[in-house]
Design a protein around this ligand. Structure first.
Ligand SMILES: C[S@@+](CC[C@H](N)C(=O)[O-])C[C@H]1O[C@@H](n2cnc3c(N)ncnc32)[C@H](O)[C@@H]1O
Length: 227
């Protein structure tokens, strides 16, 4: 099926189909995602990471002892991954014929602005999670979704993020984010949809999954299991 175009971007280096900068994601550090996995998946387990990019989270998972299969539809992104099995594929079409202890759908991919795409992403999670396994999904925090304002949005590894513009339209937010390093700057414009608890529960049920529990107080991270 392929993902819908929802990003546009500018700045140096290769871009993915969805407009992410390979170089920007190469430079960004992991942000505790692997530890979130480690809190629920026994060490040494198998992890299918969907939309892995260049391995920001993949490499942190490997360091914690997981056997990772990293999936992305960008060969330029996957070229930077070391120590994991890599799969060049659209998540929506992925069917590896095997299952994993954990399936990771991070980077708020679940906030895609189309229900059909979200359903296809969750169906891929469902196809690949082992009985007794975990699907970990990261969404945008619904409590702060519409509170986003233009201005500084944090700094990591010497890269400053600045929200240039935000426009809310119904359940959608259209955002332009600028990321500035000492030697380069990138912009990404993207649209994401509010996914509240009820909407997530319904989408999970449609995919044959159910919410087991939330993994953090803001309810960004959910743990889903086979229904
Ligand atoms: C925002 S980047 C995040 C990368 C990585 N998860 C991280 O947090 O550093 C999103 C990644 O997902 C990939 N991606 C987006 N939609 C995809 C799809 N439908 N199938 C496969 N890969 C996809 C992009 O190519 C990109 O590498």
């Amino acid at each position: 099926m392929g993902s819908s175009i929802r990003f546009t971007g500018t700045g140096p280096g290769a871009r993915t189909q969805d407009g992410c900068s390979v170089e920007l994601y190469r430079r960004l550090p992991a942000d505790g995602e692997a530890e979130t996995v480690a809190a629920v998946v026994p060490a040494g387990g198998t992890v299918l990471e969907l939309g892995s990019g260049p391995g920001r989270v993949t490499h942190a998972l490997i360091a914690l002892g997981y056997a990772v299969t990293a999936v992305d539809n960008s060969a330029e992104m996957l070229a930077h991954i070391r120590g994991a099995e890599t799969m060049l594929a659209d998540i929506e079409d992925l069917d590896l014929g095997r299952t994993f202890d954990a399936v990771l759908l991070a980077s708020t991919l679940i906030n895609f602005p189309e229900a059909r795409t979200r359903a296809a992403l969750l169906a891929a999670c469902r196809r690949h999670v082992a009985p007794g396994g975990a699907v970990l999904i990261e969404r945008r925090n619904p409590a702060t979704f519409f509170a986003l304002q233009p201005g500084p949005a944090g700094e990591e590894a010497g890269i400053r993020h600045i929200i240039d513009s935000v426009r809310h339209e119904g359940r959608l937010s259209h955002i332009t984010l600028r990321s500035e390093a000492a030697d380069a700057a990138w912009t990404q414009s993207y649209t994401c949809e509010l996914i509240d608890d009820a909407q997530l529960a319904e989408a999970l049920a449609d995919a044959g999954l159910r919410l087991d529990r939330w993994l953090d107080p803001p309810r960004r991270w959910s743990l889903a299991v086979l229904a």
